[in-house]
Design a protein around this ligand. Sequence first.
Ligand SMILES: [Zn+2]
Length: 493
Amino acid sequence: MKIYNTLSRKKEEFTPRENGKVSIYVCGPTVYNYIHVGNARTFLNFDMIRRYLRHSGYEVTFVQNITDVDDKIINRASEEGTSPEEVAAKYTWAFEKDMESLGVEPPDIAPRATEHIEDMISVIEGLIEKKHAYASAGDVYFDVSTFPRYGMLSGRDLDDQIDSSWTEGKDKKRAPHDFALWKAAKPGEPCWKSPWGDGRPGWHIECSTMSLEYLGSGFDIHGGGQDLIFPHHENEIAQAEALTGEKFARYWVHSGMLTIDEEKMSKSLGNITLLSEALIHHSPETIRMLCLLVHYRSPLNFSEESLAEANASCERIRRCLFNLKDLLERLEGEKMNLERTERENKLLFLLEDSQSDFRNAMDDDFNTAAALSGIFGLVREINAYVQEVSSYKTPAARLMLSECEGRLEEMLDVLGLSGLSKATPQQYQASARVRIQEPIDSDELIKILLDARELSRETGEYEIADMIRKRLMNLGIKVEDLRGRGGRGQVLQ
Ligand SMILES: [Zn+2]
């Protein structure tokens, strides 16, 4: 299996720290607002990575923190006229609900920053002792000049970026890129006692502390959105490696950004779509499909068109599984016969091929777009087979159909799309099939078809008009157009 490592900027063979086990830390939400679809993409991508690693036989430990103390939470509390604790509790709950409705599995461990303040203080003390950090008027800063590898993740050359006129924090910091590990408390803010006075931790130290605590130095995958590469992840590496003298994380994996109608989604542009809003109009499977149709590192455009495409992709799979299950239901009670036709042997090979293609695509840095295109190919084959068996039942039909169902559902499950097979024939019928309960008036039915044909001709959809004419002809019903008489077709049986 190959994984693209942001640190080396190339795909690397994946070798975990411990044989058969994978440890993952993903930066979780700062709980000051409902999450938007861009945030959701990151969590869906890591859910997919986690599922696939587990499917590949690894025992996965997945840690994702909750940042429940932060400037944004404090600001939100004053906007909402409530306390930061209440803001954090409210949006943590909302986040968990959102993830549940998307079908994202909860983390194995979801540490909250406020439950680890003591640990953070010890880490900061360790950094001061090793002369990588300094206290200054109630704050503590990381001294970037003591960590020569700083910039290795983001590829930034700090010397080029130093603005000689920097003023922010100049009274407290030694250099512009030094960042806060501990912030002195301002009146009315949540704070904890520390050797440097009352205060609270900086955001970056939270993640270094909690990931080291639960996974230890040199854990396997550290993940987050691409927007976290700098400064958050760069700072996390500096803190952790300066403290331990060991490699912090083996693979850095970053999920691509989401744009809305080709524009960056941002509060200032006012084009944020909350996940909960998106879920009113679209199924969780559509949102997940939208993400999976694009490689996890590529940019993804969130638009009516891309959503419609994702929805149509879901529908293709749903319909295939529905028809397959419907036919299986009708074959129930028949013997599971092994006598396959030549055609069925070929289909069996194809099923096996499609599984290995799926694995190859996913082993290549989780290429879900390629994996899905294989699935759609398989769906086409299954559709054709279902059609054939519907009119000519073969002895091995039941066995073959179960085989198709099993393999397709297994791949969907790995991608978190098993919801697509949940539609029972009864549920699906409502939108896709007609069950005829009583003898029907065939004249009226033909009239409906002719009206539809006429309408499609008027609107220039000749393909539809032609399809209706041909299908009626196959039933022995000839449609003749009577020009100059209002254009109405006439039926000759
Ligand atoms: Zn983090």
